[in-house]
Design a protein around this ligand. Structure first.
Ligand SMILES: Nc1ncnc2c1ncn2[C@@H]1O[C@H](COP(=O)(O)OP(=O)(O)OP(=O)(O)O)[C@@H](O)[C@H]1O
Ligand SMILES: [Mg+2]
Length: 342
């Protein structure tokens, strides 16, 4: 391991087999104490992560059985399943309450994402071509349960340092959430300095998130609903992407207009889950500046990258009122294969 701080390192380069070895697991819902963090990180580093086959089963929420990974579709027609066939039942999650304000959701413009592009960009939950999608289904179920129990909806996805897989996790989780009936998900790219969700979704004209937060573009114009083109995506996902990096992200997050715009998204779209893809928590003060806008944290730790000390520091910075709801152990790869470039 290099002594260079992880957030100054280059992004890891994945070997061709890497995405067959994706291991994403919610270690625990609730606040982790120091020894649990140490154990989780030690296991991660020792390669002792629970294999996908042993991932914990979803509990309580009745779910449609996850289908076996389908063969790669041969034509777009094969992929155009009727909505009921590619949506998962959300069990006893209540239908969205009737909003007091007009429901803006149906009027959002939609963007088409191509299944092949998603596959190429490791959005494995779209077409379920990689068995690792099952881990995201478990994550989805646990997350929705935990949010429901606590009455929360705003989830910050962050990691101690860069390149741990925050955007990978956010995108895959959003895709799998989109298939829940009666559960609306909004995914927002809040890594304003280094946006990347547009790249994951293969969108070149993503618009400016900063312009939306400043009120220069309305949220109804900026946010888009996802529609599938040869991709197995549900109807219930809206995304806010960004093609314009912002140098003053932290300051923008603290502006009253930002609060107004984010409150309006909640009021007008009535989402059940809002996923914020955030920057690394230890790099700058963006995540701390954004803290009033989320209820809890999903912490992504990267195999071979994250140390127990860094995880503890994130926990400390978040404070008691912003609990770490779960930890995703991502990229638990064999470090002997020179996977990481420093
Ligand atoms: N489990 C995985 N298997 C294979 N590749 C992965 C995995 N997770 C992430 N990657 C790849 O690693 C790189 C970094 O992932 P990602 O962009 O999601 O990290 P990040 O934490 O959002 O980084 P940043 O802090 O720069 O925003 C990307 O190229 C991504 O496709
Ligand atoms: Mg990212």
């Amino acid at each position: 391991m290099s002594d260079t701080p992880a957030y100054t390192r280059r992004r890891p380069r994945m070997d061709p087999d890497a995405h067959r070895r994706i291991l994403a697991e919610v270690a625990r819902v609730g606040r982790l104490d120091a020894s649990e963090i140490t154990d989780a990180t030690k296991n991660l580093r020792d390669g002792l992560l629970q294999p996908i086959e042993d991932a914990p089963e979803a509990v309580d929420l009745p779910m449609q059985a996850a289908p076996a990974a389908p063969a790669a579709p041969e034509s777009a027609a094969e992929m155009s399943l009727p909505p009921a066939a590619h949506q998962d039942a959300v069990g006893d999650l209540p239908a969205p309450a009737v909003a007091a304000r007009p429901d803006v959701w149906p009027s959002l413009a939609s963007i088409a994402v191509k299944g092949k592009v998603l596959d190429r960009n490791l959005v494995i939950t779209a077409n379920r071509t990689d068995p690792a999608y099952a881990s995201f289904d478990v994550l989805r179920t646990r997350l929705v349960q935990a949010l429901r129990e606590k009455g929360w909806k705003r989830v910050a996805i962050t990691s101690p340092t860069s390149g741990c897989g925050k955007s990978f996790t956010a995108t895959n989780l959003a895709m799998t959430l989109s298939r829940y009936e009666n559960c609306r998900t909004v995914l927002l790219d809040m890594d304003l300095r280094r946006p990347s969700l547009a790249r994951y979704l293969g969108q070149s004209k993503a618009g400016s998130m900063g312009a939306m937060l400043r009120g220069e573009v309305s949220m109804a114009d900026h946010l888009k609903r996802m529609s599938a083109e040869g991709a197995n995506i549900g109807d219930n996902l809206a995304v806010g992407l960004n093609d314009t990096p912002e140098s003053y992200a932290s300051e923008l997050f603290q502006q009253p207009k930002t609060t107004e715009v984010l409150d309006q998204i909640e009021a007008d779209l009535n989402p059940d889950v809002i996923l914020y893809d955030l920057p690394p928590a230890l790099a700058q003060d963006d995540v701390i500046s954004f803290r009033q806008h989320f209820d809890c944290v999903l912490l992504v730790v990267g195999g071979g990258l994250t140390t127990a000390k860094e995880v503890k520091e994130v926990n400390r910075r978040m404070g008691e009122d912003k609990p770490v709801l779960g930890v995703v152990l991502n990229m638990a790869e064999d470090k002997s294969d020179n996977t990481y470039v420093y």
